[in-house]
Design a binder for this molecule. Structure first.
Ligand code: CIZ
Ligand code: SF4
Length: 303
């Protein structure tokens, strides 16, 4: 099938299945193009919880589809590529976290949404890169065990110095590998461009930024900025929305290395197969789901 035929078939199957297609900001352009909603994991999970569709095709990575299922257990949640995982989420297991918690019995336990349902079930509250600072400020405990992203943890600790954040040593393989020399070169090449960076980047890069935020916050910032040139320090998929929403502005990717291979596993073909064969369905242990839902719902209350 060629691309147009695939898109046509996807639309037909979507109607038949009473499905919606949601895509993360890091997905391939053509997957973002056919999606009903494109956004970050937080916005997509919230959307999935409110839609009356019976089936959700989640074009993203495993923890995101799980988060949708945690909040919408009555829906069928499909992940088109079952091997699309997040190496950062895999850097903490529920078992390792239970051991670490024993060392800090008085600490609140907070997990980045980039974590498995089992890990979320061990935590008091979740956060995303958009709301991490507000979530941390909302916690009464001074000590906070934060998993799994050390870079996001470091970023929060600078903004909420009254808290004592105990870091896990996880990181995003895509953002963490970018070093300052590459960013300095880009800044020299484009001196009038603003540098917008994701907090999953190393702290020394975050210090160089004009703005730090989640994918959504980076897109919102660029949309409303009077500047016309930007260096984008997050996964290259965001360029699709940035360029579409700002045809008169120029965007440079901070590094050609900013590509998440797991996010790029999903193609139009895999979305078609997913709807056609109703695969791969996310299933969760109900006890884990209920405990993970508490952590996600507490986050939703903060906003
Ligand atoms: O929360 C998300 O969707 C991720 C992984 C990144 C972001 O900043 O949107
Ligand atoms: Fe995980 Fe990084 Fe890929 Fe996001 S970009 S899914 S944190 S590996």
């Amino acid at each position: 099938m060629d691309k147009n035929e695939l898109k046509q078939k996807i639309q037909e199957l979507k109607q038949q299945r009473k499905a919606v297609i949601v895509a993360h900001n890091y997905q391939h352009d053509d997957v973002q193009e056919i999606a009903d909603v494109v956004g970050d994991s937080f916005a997509l999970s919230k959307y999935c919880a409110t839609t009356d569709a019976e089936v959700v095709v989640f074009c993203g990575v495993h923890f995101m589809a799980e988060s949708a299922k945690i909040l919408s257990p009555e829906k069928t949640v499909l992940l088109p590529e079952i091997d699309a995982g997040c190496p950062m989420a895999d850097m903490v297991t529920a078992e390792a976290l239970r051991e670490e918690k024993k060392k800090y019995p008085d600490a609140a336990v907070v997990c980045y949404i980039n974590s498995s349902a089992e890990v979320k079930a061990e935590c008091d509250v979740c956060c995303t890169s958009s709301n991490a600072v507000n979530v941390i400020k909302s916690i009464k405990e001074k000590d906070i065990l934060f998993v799994p992203d050390q870079n996001l943890g470091h970023y929060i600790s600078k903004l909420v110095p009254e808290k004592n954040i105990i870091f896990w040593k996880g990181f995003c393989i895509t953002h963490h590998k970018i070093k300052t020399d590459e960013v300095e070169k880009m800044k020299k090449l484009h001196p009038d461009a603003l540098l917008l960076i994701h907090p999953e980047c190393r702290p020394e890069l975050v210090e160089m930024a004009d703005f730090v935020g989640s994918t959504k916050q980076i897109i919102d910032y660029a949309n409303s900025s009077e500047n016309s040139k930007f260096i984008i320090g997050t996964e290259m998929g965001v360029l699709y929305k940035l360029k579409k929403e700002n045809p008169d502005k120029t965007f440079y990717l901070m590094s050609q290395g900013l590509l998440c291979p797991n996010m790029k596993k999903t193609s139009l073909e895999s979305v078609y197969n997913s709807l056609n064969e109703m695969k791969y369905q996310i299933e969760l242990d109900e006890d884990v789901r209920v405990r993970a839902a508490k952590a996600l719902e507490r986050m939703l209350q903060v906003g």
